[in-house]
Write a protein that binds this ligand. Structure first.
Ligand code: SF4
Length: 248
């Protein structure tokens, strides 16, 4: 049976599991062939805390695009200090970045959508592909209430784009649950979240939004809205998250 064919069965088997138990299940089922792809966002920090307590050997991968906020680097260090987890940072290919910057300039993403996508491909999509190579499953912090179509995120689903089983332990959680969990368990999180940043990606491409503003308005705000996704969390051609994990 292929991985894709097993997804439905796994979804039924794990239907009653809470996020911690689902992480334990993921580790027992996939061992070193499952990773948490963390953007160090609020949900991913919850998952890192859960992994530290339920499956500390489970690999956590994150990307350093070279354009992150200083606060994000501080959070990365703080997370390493606080948790004894298997955390690995992936970087873009230095030669690709060098060629891109020398040809198009440092801030090419402001000039055209195609150049922004090129930057995202080199700094985020390609390193993520490298991080996921050889894996069978990945864990993400996707939540149903972040989706444009609430029914499209299940706790376990098939990720056709990446040919991986995608496990979303927080699929049923609401924003307030995430905040409460961070506070109750003293989980380190990015202080920019308290300054109007609902999601935090590269510094030049992320800005704070007003409380009543669409969170997507804080990303690539100079582009037409329909262009503003990186392409990682697209299911059946539809955007499944306001701001994609890792490629924020
Ligand atoms: S978010 Fe901005 S700086 Fe980061 S990879 Fe994409 S275009 Fe480049």
């Amino acid at each position: 049976m292929t991985l894709q064919e097993q997804v439905e069965q796994w979804r039924e088997e794990t239907a009653d599991l809470d996020p911690g138990a689902l992480i334990t299940w993921a580790w027992r089922t996939f061992s070193d062939e499952v990773v948490l792809a963390s953007s160090l966002g609020a949900e991913d920090q919850v998952l890192t805390h859960l992994i530290a307590h339920h499956a500390p050997q489970l690999a956590i991968i994150t990307l350093d695009t070279g354009r992150l906020f200083g606060e994000t680097h501080d959070l990365l260090n703080q997370t390493r200090r606080q948790y004894d987890v298997n955390l690995r940072v992936f970087f873009p290919d230095a030669g690709d970045v060098e060629a891109m910057v020398n040809e198009h300039g440092t801030n090419l993403f402001r000039e055209a959508v195609a150049l922004r996508k090129k930057c995202c491909a080199i700094r985020k999509v390609n390193p993520l592909k490298r991080a996921l190579a050889g894996k069978k499953a990945w864990i993400t912090g996707l939540r149903r209430d972040q989706s444009l179509n609430r029914n499209e995120i299940a706790a376990i689903e098939w990720d056709a784009g990446n040919q991986l089983v995608k496990i979303n332990p927080l699929a049923n959680w609401h924003d307030q649950q995430v905040r409460d969990y961070l506070r109750t368990h003293k989980v380190p999180y990015n202080p920019l979240h308290d300054r109007g940043f609902p999601s935090i990606g590269c510094a030049p491409c992320t800005r704070a939004v007003a409380p009543d503003e669409d969170p997507r308005a804080g990303r690539w705000w100079w582009e037409p809205r329909e262009q503003s996704e990186c392409g990682i969390h697209i299911v059946n051609g539809k955007v499944t998250r306001r701001v994609p994990v890792l490629v924020e």
